[in-house]
Structures are given as C-alpha cells and as structure tokens.
Design a protein around this ligand. Sequence first.
Ligand code: NAP
Length: 237
Amino acid sequence: MRPLDGSVALVTGASRGIGAAVAVELARLGAHCVITARTQGGLEETDDAIRAVGGTATLLPFDLEKDAEIDKLGPSIVQRFGRLDVLVHAAGVLAKLTPVAHIMPNDWKEAVGVNLTACWRLIRTCDPPLRAAPAGRAVLLTDSVAAAPGAFWGLYGFGKAGQQHLAQSWAAEVAHTPLRVNLADPGPVATNLRANAMPGEDAALLRRPADVAPGIAALCLAGETRQGQVVRVALAH
Ligand code: NAP
C-alpha cells in the first residue's frame, strides 16, 4: 500500500517546475492527479512522467485568469470523484520585477489575476470537495518575500502575502474539521520563474523541483497535523 492509494489530488501549475514535480511525487505515492496549467504540451510531459512512476492523471488545460473555468473545478471533481483529498496550488507568475511606482496596468492585472484572485476562487471551489474527504490536505506555494518586502518585488510579493493571508484565514476556519491547510516555501528553486527573476544566476547551484517535491508532498499525507503554517521545505535526501 502506498500512502495516497485511492486518493485524488488537484495540482495547479503542473505543466513545469515545482507543480509538475509535486504532481509526479503525489502520483508516486498513489494519488490520481488532476493536473492543470495552460500549456497542453507541458501537461503531457508531466503525464508521461506520472505514468513512468506507475501513476495516473487527468489533464485539465485552462487559464487561471478565466474565473468561470475555476468555478467549474469543484463541482466537476465532486461529480467525477465525489471528493478531493489533496490540493496543491503551485501556479504562479513573477509578472515583472519593477518599482511599485512603475507597475503597468497589464502586469498588475496578471499578478492580481493569477497570484491572488485565482487563489481565492480555487479555495472557494475546492473547499466543499476537500471537506468531503476523510483527511483533506491543501498546500499553497508561497515565497519568503511575502513576509519580507523588498525593492522591486512588490508586484509579486503582494500576491504572495495576500495568498498567505487567505490561506491562514481559511486554515483557522476549518480547524475544527479534518482538513489541514498549510503553505510551503520551497526557497530558491531552478525553474522558469526563478530564471526570470535572477537571469544572471547559475541555476546549477540551486535546488531542482524534484529536490523539493517530496517535502511538499509530505504535507499532503493524512499524518500531517500542522494547520495554517508556513513550512520551509527541507531538501529530499
Ligand atoms: P514556473 O516553473 O514558472 O511554473 C509556474 C506554473 O504556473 C506553470 O505550470 C504555469 O503553467 C502556471 N501558470 C502560470 N500562469 C498561469 C495561468 N494564467 N493559468 C494557469 N496556470 C498558470 O514556476 P515555479 O518556480 O515552479 O513556481 C511554482 C510556485 O512556487 C509559484 O507559486 C512560485 O511563486 C513558488 N515559488 C517558487 C520559487 C522558485 O525559486 N522557483 C521560490 C518560492 C516560491 P502554464 O504557463 O503552462 O500555464
């Protein structure tokens, strides 16, 4: 028996980077993974990796800026699976590193849409199926910049701070239920997002998505008791 055998996990941002690696890890632990992102090809690559570890996936390509698509998620998961055991919200955008006074309307719209509004709508639509699971687990990816604002990081950081606030409020609201909601801070990881933020950095010196995926997946197991915590993800050994 694997720890997540028979369970259903929804992973956003699963076309590449940390979300893709977490989906593969959850599948390796036995979960059927519903994987979402915009890029069909990336989802197919994640699906291949999931099959390679003996897992199964449902591919759900859609744009998190399309509110109505998010709202359909919870009801369709209930209809197909009856419950949702695990939610990992890894989708996110850097938008642009820029002085606050120089933020342009389109960059603001994308940052609010993906990093904040989508998070609220995802919580709203996934709360009922997560509560229907015997030990629902939700993990939202955060960043240390949420608690440490710095020059040029405002556009990305305010979304992460808002997401953290929403998640911790949600955690307090469901504290009396079996549902556990936590945030995972992976630290610097070699992904597209990091490369865009730090173009001169040697990615070979950073953790890879597969290094942090087991620590994030561990927060999704039934034995997890933390609630509303920001968990700094430890390296896999
Ligand atoms: P990444 O490689 O750039 O992946 C981002 C994911 O988000 C992709 O799968 C992307 O898929 C998806 N996404 C972006 N916009 C979307 C949209 N409009 N609709 C649907 N999906 C969308 O980034 P990552 O580094 O793995 O980041 C994962 C999470 O970790 C983020 O929340 C990030 O803030 C957090 N984090 C990362 C680091 C780091 O150093 N990498 C550090 C701290 C926290 P499509 O483009 O295919 O839609």
